[in-house]
Design a protein around this ligand. Structure first.
Ligand SMILES: Cc1ncc(COP(=O)(O)O)c(C=O)c1O
Length: 415
């Protein structure tokens, strides 16, 4: 229950929440674009830098410490995502990882093979696979959007995923509508035909407990800046696929997993920060093992966010001028996309920023296929409000007041 969630202690952990502009405290509703950073992450980064940075595999202490830090970070991520530490590779961000993996997998793709992407996804889980397909003369197919409930038409899976399918790329949760996709259904169908399943978990990891092993996918991608950490991309690749993945790399650089995908020198201080970010999740949970604590920590976040989300949803559905792009049933993350009839989305977000110091984003959020299918470009895409565990009921009250005031004051200015 929300009243059991230690919201005051949680807020204390996020220094950026203290920011004020012109005497108004900032309200962060842009978690899906990137959450604020927890102090544990900042402290881990600072500690690493302050104690002496180094490159890997040296004889001296700072280098040994850096090797140990990267090992520790892999083990921490493995506990959070339910995979093995040697399946975790760090990188710049999810997009860069996806392009590198697509280039590596391309050698296994032949003319006439089929690559499946979706209309719901962020293009970071579409364009790398489309580029790979084009390079190899493969056929690209989309799992279509059900425009009535903003989810994928999974009833068409049998038809779309065939014996010719080599790779299926699907998102865990939409960074626009919050729709959580039934991943098991997609992955199971991919496995039936012997295809690889790639999961974009960028918008899933901040809100949902994840078990890579149980999901049975081959590749899972996420980004630490979406879950309270710094800008570091994370790829989890199933060991037996990772082993045989040819990568573009420097000749003298390690050829073993997981290092072979980590081209160049990594963002060691950022990777230190990932450990701190996950510690925040762990401390919200309980249990014997670290994995149990992380899972229950994620459940606590989920439960708290769902309670706040119910309030946002009821409010948005109650306003006649608002069109909400949200499935009425089914699992969702606390992320809301809407348009205000006759108004450009940027006008709404700019007004909320100016008058309420509120961070609310607008645009297509790179889910451009869905934006086209749903024809939201004439209003500049959607307005998006996304919740994080540091948001409060009071902030939601401010959002309600803000949007109500905007609509009342702008009745005349229709686009
Ligand atoms: C669902 C989803 N996938 C992929 C990405 C791309 O992540 P990155 O910025 O780490 O490349 C984002 C970023 O917003 C996202 O929301």
């Amino acid at each position: 229950m929300a009243n059991e969630f230690p919201i005051e202690q949680v807020r204390e952990r996020f220094p950026a929440l203290k920011r004020e502009d012109n005497g108004k405290q900032v309200v962060y509703f842009d978690g899906p674009g990137g959450t604020q950073m927890v102090d544990y992450a900042l402290e881990s980064m600072y500690r690493y830098i302050k104690n002496g940075m180094a490159n890997l595999h040296g004889t001296f202490n700072t280098s040994a410490d850096t090797d140990a830090l990267l090992d520790q970070a892999r083990e921490t991520v493995a506990d959070l995502l339910g995979c093995q530490a040697n399946e975790v590779a760090f990188g710049a961000n999810m997009t860069t990882h996806a392009f590198a993996i697509a280039r590596s997998l391309a050698g296994f793709i032949n003319e006439g093979d089929e690559i499946i992407v979706t209309e719901l996804d962020h293009r970071a889980n579409v364009d790398p696979w489309i580029s790979m397909a084009r390079d190899r003369g493969a056929v690209i197919k989309f799992i279509k959007l059900d425009c009535d409930n903003f989810s994928l038409r999974l009833e068409e899976l049998e038809e779309i995923i065939t014996q010719k399918t080599k790779l299926v790329a699907v998102g865990m949760s939409s960074n626009v509508t919050g729709t959580v996709t039934d991943l098991m259904r997609v992955i199971n169908r991919a496995k039936e035909v012997g295809a690889w399943a790639v999961v974009d978990a960028v918008h899933g990891v901040p809100h949902l407990a994840i078990d890579f092993q149980e999901l049975g996918c081959d590749i899972l991608l996420c980004s630490a800046y979406k879950f309270f950490g710094p800008h570091v991309g994370i790829a989890v690749i199933r060991e037996n696929l990772f082993e045989k993945l040819p990568v573009y790399k420097l000749n003298p650089a390690p050829g073993e997993i997981p290092y072979k995908l980590e081209t160049g020198t990594q963002n060691h201080e950022g990777i230190a920060g990932v450990i701190g970010a996950i510690r925040f999740i762990e401390e919200l949970g309980f249990g014997e093992s670290r994995r149990e604590r992380m899972l229950s920590g994620m459940h606590a976040i989920d439960e708290y966010e769902l309670e706040l989300a119910a309030e946002v949803e009821a409010f948005l559905r109650s306003i006649p001028e608002v069109t909400l792009y949200r499935n009425k049933s089914g699992r969702k993350t606390p992320t809301f996309a809407f348009t205000v009839d006759g108004h450009h989305s940027r006008d709404v977000t700019a007004w909320l920023a100016e008058n309420y110091n509120m961070c609310v984003a607008d645009g297509d959020f790179y889910a451009s296929t869905m934006a086209e299918v749903l024809k939201v470009y004439p209003t500049g895409g959607w307005v998006r409000i996304g919740l994080a565990p540091y948001n409060t009921k009071e902030e939601i009250q401010q959002f309600k007041e803000g949007l109500t005031a905007y609509i009342a004051q702008h009745q005349e200015n229709m686009v």
